[in-house]
Design a protein around this ligand. Structure first.
Ligand code: AMP
Length: 419
């Protein structure tokens, strides 16, 4: 029987993992500059946590979660996103008691049983950040600036930041009725999905991808024009602050996001290079989530971004790098040489020098080919003769230059030539 990875999941192979490391390191570096610290939570949680926070009527909870009963009959779910887990941890560990504004980030796998299509995986990876405990628009501005900075600092140019406000419990219900009244006339002509959303989640009809829906809702009233005074002030302050922070943005009244917990700010960053699945980042403010999950009322802002999409946007920047290779390949011509190579490689590694020797009993010629394939920077060939003389030839594979080295000074010579 041949096993295959589960549909919608994929292996990150040895030849590409270094690109992931580079991207993750870049993310971590930006997070550190903004003073966000990493949080790691389990990949599974009680199902109710996600149902409660993301919302019963969202696509994620309605049809995409990997939910199962464990052997004791508890319903568990593989996390489809991180905010719920982070907030659960924030409450459980009283993180808010240690500092007034908790700034955390994460990088890791998420799971959603989505329809398989290009750019959408069932196990995918997100990085993101949450700033928990701040109501001021400065927090929204910093979070948005932070997410955009990841792309800017990596040299990704073709992206746009789009912001909107989805209001709050004071202004959204009245707007929802206004929107429903507008949509009522066209209801029969809307797509099936939008018809389904009409009662529970009519705001989402505005970001439908269906052409006909878009035409029918072209003139629909938008939340941003029906905000209460507080939400309107917050939104205009955010615009001013982003200007001050030199983060270019557009206002897009159709951004609503697929998760129920957002209040006031909702935003996205999209890429001009990714075709139909162009969303790089989604995020916003969620002032009610902490209290909804049993904590004190704690205004918060966060975002999540797709790692795979970041990697695609970075394609051109990272492709040139072939990944790590050994500093030196110790090739051996005979039995004594082989024994020496095995031991010497270990000694060099303990001195911090990446080394390789032949473990497959290959011919000298085959070892030279292998050193070349592995892009080893140097090769040393050692046999009985070299061991007797305690000296061998060190070949620089880049310049082709050869020189004699004393075997007992190999580590120093390698270190010097790498400087
Ligand atoms: P969301 O949590 O749905 O707001 O998504 C935030 C970001 O995660 C999106 O903008 C994408 O970059 C990425 N993302 C979400 N779902 C997937 C998926 N199924 N496959 C790959 N990336 C995804």
């Amino acid at each position: 029987m041949k096993f295959r990875s589960i549909k919608g999941s994929r292996d990150i192979l040895p030849e590409e993992s270094h690109r992931w490391h580079a991207a993750e390191e870049a993310v971590r570096a930006v997070m550190q500059r903004f003073n966000y610290r990493e949080i790691r939570t389990p990949v599974f949680e009680e199902t109710a946590l996600f149902a409660r926070s993301i919302g019963e009527f969202t696509d994620i909870v309605g049809k995409e979660m990997y939910t199962f009963l464990d052997r004791s009959g508890t319903s568990l779910t593989l996390r489809p996103e991180m905010t719920a887990s982070v907030i659960r941890s924030y409450i459980q560990n009283n993180l808010g008691e240690r500092e007034p504004l908790v700034k955390v980030f994460y990088v890791g796998p998420m799971f959603r049983q989505e329809r398989p299509q290009a750019g959408r995986l069932r196990q995918f990876h997100q990085f993101g950040a949450e700033a928990i405990g701040g109501a001021a628009p400065e927090v929204d501005a910093e979070v948005i600036a932070l997410s955009a900075e990841v792309y800017r600092s990596l040299g990704v140019k073709n992206y746009s930041v789009k912001i909107n406000s989805v209001g709050c419990p004071n202004c959204r219900p009245a707007y929802k009725s206004t929107l429903q009244a507008f949509l009522k006339g066209a209801l029969a002509d809307l797509s099936e999905e939008s018809r389904r959303r009409f009662e529970q989640n009519p705001l989402r009809i505005l970001d439908s991808k269906d052409e006909n829906d878009r035409r029918l809702t072209a003139e629909a009233p938008l939340m941003k024009d029906h905000l209460c005074g507080e939400c309107a002030d917050h939104f205009s302050a955010l615009g001013r602050l982003l200007g001050r922070l030199a983060v270019p943005f557009e206002i897009d009244g159709r951004i609503v996001r697929g998760l129920d917990y957002y209040t006031k700010t909702a935003y996205e960053i999209t890429s001009g290079d990714l075709g139909s699945q162009d969303a790089l980042v989604g995020g916003g403010r969620y002032d009610l989530l902490v209290s909804e999950l049993g904590g004190k009322e704690t205004p918060s802002v966060g975002f999540a971004a797709g790692m795979e999409r970041l990697m695609m946007a970075l394609e051109r920047h990272l492709a040139a790098d072939d990944g790590p290779s050994p500093t030196v390949f110790l090739a051996s011509a005979d039995e004594r040489g082989r024994a020496w190579a095995l031991e010497e490689a270990m000694g060099l590694r303990r001195k911090g020098i990446a080394s390789e020797s032949d473990l497959l009993g290959r011919s000298l010629k085959a070892q030279m080919r292998e050193a070349d394939r592995q892009r080893a920077r140097f090769v040393v060939i050692v046999g009985e003769k070299e061991l007797a003389l305690e000296e061998a030839v060190l070949k620089d594979m880049r310049s082709g230059e050869e020189r004699a080295v004393r075997l007992d000074s190999l580590a120093e010579v390698l270190r010097d030539s790498l400087r």
